[in-house]
Ligand binder design. Structure first.
Ligand SMILES: O=P(O)(O)OC[C@H]1O[C@H](OP(=O)(O)O)[C@H](O)[C@@H]1O
Length: 314
């Protein structure tokens, strides 16, 4: 029942061919739209069941970035109609308005984040975040000169994607290995990172290594700014759930040859870590910037009704 686009999108998300919390959310909405368009369901109940199955398939790819279930929820909750044709149209509309909101949110948070950056500032980045880079882009568009110290971000080196994007915007980049982060903090004005999920207590779940960087930044007096549209707020944490940290394959850390040479040690490869709120200065969203401790107010406003898992309903 799950269509080919959904299967290939799910595979690409799992393999990180499609990656980054916002990009994953967009791809998931696109895939649900494709499922709706291609459906040959004979009646509304069959159509809804297909959409739920497609959503489950996409949901099961990666566990940490809440933008993925938030995106699936958005499309499924907006299904509306008494016939397959009207249901299909509602899915297409929902996917389109989801994409519009995502783009607008990123633009708006970029403007807000840019207000924190002064002409001549240097930012230190970790991993690759489109929300974080939107702040840099808006600052440049305001005529500010911005430079960047870009952390490589092992094991998958997403810092290279950041450097490539900054190169296209003519932002001078200094690339460093992750372990040089603390040494170069003296030369930067901000740490600027994205988020995969934000918990109700203001904890930031982001690429592994973020917490170490944030602790060092606090010690060095460098403000830590997290750029995260409200799609990254994790509603389940309002009711005490914790965010699952994805463990990825050991081959990302050690090649087969290296593993054999080292006597097959155990390898742990968490993709994310949790930065406690006391190490974060501001969470920049499209609704304004918030001290992490107050993000719960916004979360209640947006998700206070609690969450459902529309893909599990029969
Ligand atoms: O939504 P945007 O800001 O683009 O990305 C947010 C976060 O998603 C990425 O995770 P991964 O590379 O998919 O594991 C990084 O942790 C990044 O900070």
């Amino acid at each position: 029942m799950v269509n080919e686009d959904v299967r290939s999108t799910a595979e690409d998300i799992a393999e990180m061919e499609i990656r980054g919390a916002a990009t994953i959310a967009r791809a998931a909405a696109d895939a649900l739209e494709s499922q709706a368009r291609a459906s040959d369901a004979s009646d509304p109940a069959a159509f809804r069941a297909e959409m739920r199955e497609a959503a489950r398939h996409l949901r099961d790819t990666r566990p940490t970035a809440v933008s993925l279930p938030n995106s699936l929820r958005y499309v499924l909750r907006n299904l509306d109609g008494e016939t397959v044709a009207t249901l299909r149209a509602s899915a297409v509309d929902a996917a389109e308005s989801f994409r519009d909101q995502l783009d607008r949110a990123q633009d708006d948070l970029g403007e807000i984040g840019a207000n924190r950056l002064r002409d001549g500032d240097v930012v230190m980045t970790h991993c690759h975040s489109t929300d974080a880079l939107a702040c840099v882009k808006a600052a440049i568009d305001d005529g500010k000169h911005i430079e960047a110290v870009v952390k490589e971000t092992r094991p998958r080196k997403q810092g290279h994607i950041t450097a490539e994007q900054l190169r296209d915007w003519d932002v001078p980049v200094t690339m460093i290995v992750d372990n040089a982060g603390r040494r170069y903090l003296d030369e930067v004005d901000h740490v600027l990172v994205g988020a995969d999920s934000i918990a109700a207590d203001g904890s930031v779940i982001n690429k592994v290594g973020t917490s170490m960087l944030a602790v060092s930044a606090r010690e060095r007096g460098v403000p830590v700014m997290v750029a995260a549209q409200t799609l990254k707020l994790h509603p389940d944490t309002l009711t005490g759930h914790t965010v699952e940290i994805e463990m990825r394959d050991e081959t990302e850390v050690l090649s087969d040859d290296d593993r054999e040479r080292l006597g097959s040690p155990d390898v742990e490869n968490p993709a994310f870590d949790v930065t406690p709120p006391r190490y974060v200065d501001a969470i920049v969203t499209e609704r304004g910037q918030f001290p992490p401790e107050s993000i719960v107010t916004l979360m209640r406003e947006l998700y206070g009704d609690g969450t459902t898992e529309p893909w599990t309903e029969d």
